[in-house]
Design a protein around this ligand. Structure first.
Ligand SMILES: Cc1cc2nc3c(=O)[nH]c(=O)nc-3n(C[C@H](O)[C@H](O)[C@H](O)COP(=O)(O)OP(=O)(O)OC[C@H]3O[C@@H](n4cnc5c(N)ncnc54)[C@H](O)[C@@H]3O)c2cc1C
Length: 383
C-alpha cells in the first residue's frame, strides 16, 4: 500500500521535503533493521546519535552563524512523522526527536552558551533532555518544588524531577526550578546544566512501551549552576515553555499520525495474506468496512495536521489549535492502532510483533505533552 498517497496537499517546503527524504533514508538504513539492538544497550544508542549527526539530522534549528543549517522548526515535526511511520520507531521512544529543546537554547541562551554547545548538538555528541515534571507537579506544573537560590555568580539547586525523556543518557539537562517560591508560574525559571555537574544523580525508569525508551528521575542535591545558564531571565520559564508548546503539540500529533499510518499498513498487509474459512481475512466485509473507516480517519487526521502546519508557518497556530490537534489526532491514532491489532487476532498480542509494540508505545501520546483531559481544559477555556 503506498501509505504516503494522500488527498491532502503537503504544506511542507522543498527544503523540508528534502530533510524528510534524508530522515527516511537514515531510518531505513540505521534504525529499522537494527531497532532490536537499542533495547538495553546504551552504547548502541551512542553510535546511532553520532551517525544521525553525521547524516545532518540533528540541530536543524541552530542558526547558520553557529554552524547549524538554520532550518525551520518544522523539520523536527517532519522527523517525528517519519519516526512514527518507521517500524524501528516502535522501539526507541522520543529519543532522537528531543531536538525541540535546542530552540530553547537558541531563544533563551547567551551567545557563549550556544557557541559552546551547538557543535556537540549537531554532531550527536551532546544529547539533551527537558525536565519539568515532578512527583507533585504533573498536569499542574506551576506546583513544582525544585528550588534555585542565587549565591553570587551561581544558583544552588535542590529537588527532583520524574519521567524525563532521554534523561539517563543526556549530556545536557534543561530544567525548570522556582527562583521565587512565593509565586506560581512567575516564580519559575529555566536553566540548562551539564549532566555531569556534581550533585546530579539519575535513575532509570521502566516503561510499558517503546522498549528502548530512556526515561529517568533526576535528583539535584546542592547543585551549583552558573548564573549564565539561566535561560531568558528569572521568572520567565513559561515564556519559553509557551514558545515551544505549539511545536511540541504538532510533534506529538505528527508521531501519532505516523503510527496510525504504520498500523494501517501492517494490518492491510497481514489481512491480505492470512486466510481463515477458506478466504483471506481481507475478503470479509467487516474487515473492509473497518479498513475503510481507518483510512478515512487517517486522511482526516492528515488534512487537520497539514492545516496546523500551515497555521504554524504563518504564525497563526495558537494554543487552542495545538490542543485540538493533539487531542484529536492522538485519540484517532489509538483507535486505528487498536483496530489494526484486532485484525492480527492472537498474533497481535505477541510481544515481538511490531503491531504489539506499536499498541503499547502509542498509548503514551494521550498522556505526555499534556494529557487529553488537559487539552480539553485548554480548549474549553477558549470558548
Ligand atoms: C514516558 C513519559 C515521558 C515523559 N517525558 C517527559 C519529559 O521529557 N519531560 C517532562 O517534564 N515530563 C515528561 N513526562 C511527564 C508528562 O508530561 C506527565 O506525565 C503528564 O503531563 C501528566 O502528569 P501526571 O503524570 O502527573 O498526571 P496527573 O497530572 O496526576 O493526572 C492524572 C489524571 O488526572 C487528570 N487530570 C489532571 N488534572 C486535571 C484537570 N484539571 N481536569 C481533568 N482531569 C485532570 C489527567 O488527565 C490524568 O488522567 C513524561 C511522561 C511519560 C509517561
Amino acid at each position: 500500500m503506498p501509505m504516503n498517497e494522500s488527498h491532502s496537499t503537503s504544506p511542507f517546503t522543498e527544503e523540508e521535503e528534502m530533510y524528510r527524504r534524508t530522515v527516511r533514508a537514515f531510518f531505513d538504513r540505521e534504525l529499522d533493521p537494527h531497532a532490536e539492538k537499542f533495547v538495553g544497550d546504551l552504547d548502541y544508542d551512542r553510535a546511532f546519535w553520532r551517525k544521525a549527526g553525521a547524516a545532518g539530522l540533528l540541530g536543524a534549528a541552530i542558526p547558520e552563524e553557529y554552524g547549524g543549517p538554520g532550518a525551520s522548526g518544522l523539520c523536527s515535526v517532519v522527523l517525528q512523522h517519519e519516526l512514527g511511520r518507521s517500524t524501528g520507531g516502535t522501539t526507541v521512544g522520543t529519543s532522537i526527536g528531543n531536538d525541540i529543546v535546542t530552540s530553547l537554547l537558541v531563544k533563551g541562551g547567551s551567545e557563549s552558551l550556544v557557541r559552546r554547545w551547538a557543535p556537540g548538538i549537531l554532531s550527536g555528541d551532546i544529547r539533551q533532555c527537558f525536565a519539568v515534571t515532578e512527583a507533585e507537579a504533573g498536569s499542574d506544573i506551576t506546583a513544582l518544588r525544585t528550588s534555585a537560590v542565587r549565591e553570587g555568580d551561581h544558583y544552588v539547586v535542590n529537588g527532583s524531577k520524574i519521567f524525563s525523556s532521554n534523561a539517563n543518557k543526556a549530556e545536557l539537562i534543561y530544567f525548570v526550578a522556582k527562583t521565587d517560591p512565593s509565586k506560581r508560574g512567575r516564580g519559575c525559571s529555566m536553566f540548562v546544566v551539564e549532566a555531569d555537574t556534581p550533585g546530579i544523580s539519575r535513575r532509570g525508569m521502566e516503561t510499558m512501551g517503546y522498549d528502548a525508551y530512556d526515561v529517568a528521575e533526576i535528583h539535584f542535591d546542592n547543585v551549583r549552576v552558573p548564573a549564565e545558564n539561566l535561560l531568558l531571565g528569572e521568572g520567565r520559564a513559561f515564556e519559553l515553555i509557551f514558545y515551544i508548546f505549539g511545536l511540541e503539540r504538532l510533534e506529538v500529533a505528527a508521531r501519532a499520525l505516523g503510527e496510525a499510518e504504520l498500523a494501517f499498513r501492517l494490518a492491510l498487509d497481514y489481512v491480505k495474506e492470512r486466510k481463515q474459512f477458506g478466504q483471506r481475512i481481507f475478503d470479509f466485509q467487516n474487515t473492509q468496512f473497518k479498513l475503510a473507516e481507518m483510512k478515512t480517519d487517517i486522511e482526516v487526521g492528515l488534512a487537520f495536521f497539514h492545516d496546523g502546519v500551515r497555521k504554524y508557518r504563518s504564525g497563526n497556530f495558537n494554543l487552542t489549535d495545538g490542543s485540538m490537534l493533539k487531542l484529536w489526532i492522538t485519540e484517532m491514532s489509538s483507535r486505528v492502532v487498536d483496530a489494526s491489532l484486532q485484525m492480527f487476532g492472537g498474533a497481535g498480542f505477541m510481544r515481538e510483533m511490531t503491531i504489539s509494540r506499536l499498541y503499547r508505545g502509542n498509548r503514551l501520546h494521550r498522556l505526555y505533552g499534556g494529557t487529553s483531559e488537559l487539552q480539553k481544559v485548554s480548549i474549553a477555556k477558549s470558548l
